[in-house]
Write a protein that binds this ligand. Structure first.
Ligand code: E4P
Length: 245
């Protein structure tokens, strides 16, 4: 199970990256607006520098041609860009085209360009020019996931908590898609999204999600337990006592 942060706040990404457990970041237009980002490219490049892992960046249009233009532009910002596209007919068209077009991560104007080890690593594997990966977002059925995979998506993002919010159960959707991937021997990955609490995280892992993308607050909750804190306090107190003897 891989943990991604679902946020555009750099301080949150920095904190969780410092734990060594962060394997990617997903952003969306809501996160970008909330964080008050003016220069999206510079901000995404800063995230790339911080996390050195896949970063999903979402298009902001409902037109297929514009999705392709925006997505291919994102892909030039960093070799870690994953183009996030909505799972609607226009999104499928854009997925098909983007995943069949090459784009070069030129990293133009990145503040860390000079001597960047991330860029050098991709360059040494000849991977700065590639067909961009796609994350198909806003998935609520297994059929939508299958269509996205057929259109070339590498990642599918079912929104678990939003199904729960309308009185459905989001977890069986994760299990269904995981089973389909296994039966069909498809290499696509499930990013369980819109998770609302730690129990969701355990449940999607058991249901077969490859990745959970989580808010900073939920990620912090995952490590917390009162008995851990209590146990640590008593160990430290006992150690201090024994030092003084
Ligand atoms: C996933 O990639 C989305 O950004 C995210 O999980 C959206 O979910 P929410 O806005 O319902 O929390």
């Amino acid at each position: 199970m891989e943990f991604y942060l679902d946020t555009a706040y750099l301080h949150e990404i920095q904190e969780i990256a410092s734990w060594g457990v962060l394997r990617g970041v997903t952003t969306n237009p809501t996160h970008v607006a909330k964080a008050g980002i003016r220069n999206l490219r510079a901000h995404i490049q800063e995230i790339c520098w911080t996390v050195d892992a896949p970063i999903s960046v979402e298009v902001v249009t409902i037109d297929a041609d514009e999705m392709v233009t925006q997505g291919l532009n994102f892909a030039t910002w960093s070799p870690h860009i994953v183009v996030k596209l909505p799972t609607v007919p226009a999104g499928l068209k854009a997925m098909t085209r983007i995943t069949r077009t090459t784009a070069t991560a030129s990293c133009e104007d990145c503040a860390h360009f000079e001597g960047c080890p991330i860029r050098a690593r991709f360059a040494s594997h000849n991977e700065l020019t590639r067909t961009p990966e796609v994350n198909a977002t806003l998935i609520f059925t297994a059929n939508q996931a299958m269509l996205a995979l057929a259109a070339g998506a590498s990642y599918v993002s079912p929104f678990v908590g939003r199904l729960d919010a309308i009185g459905e159960d989001g977890i069986p959707l994760i299990a269904d898609i995981a089973q389909i991937l296994r039966v069909q021997q498809d290499t696509g990955k499930i990013i369980a999204a819109a998770l609302r609490h730690p129990i969701h995280v355990t449940a999607v892992a058991k249901a077969g999600a490859h990745i959970a993308t989580i808010s900073y607050d939920i990620l912090r909750q995952l490590i917390q337990h009162p008995l851990t804190d209590q146990g640590l306090s008593s160990f430290m107190a006992d150690y201090e006592r024994s030092r003084k003897q």
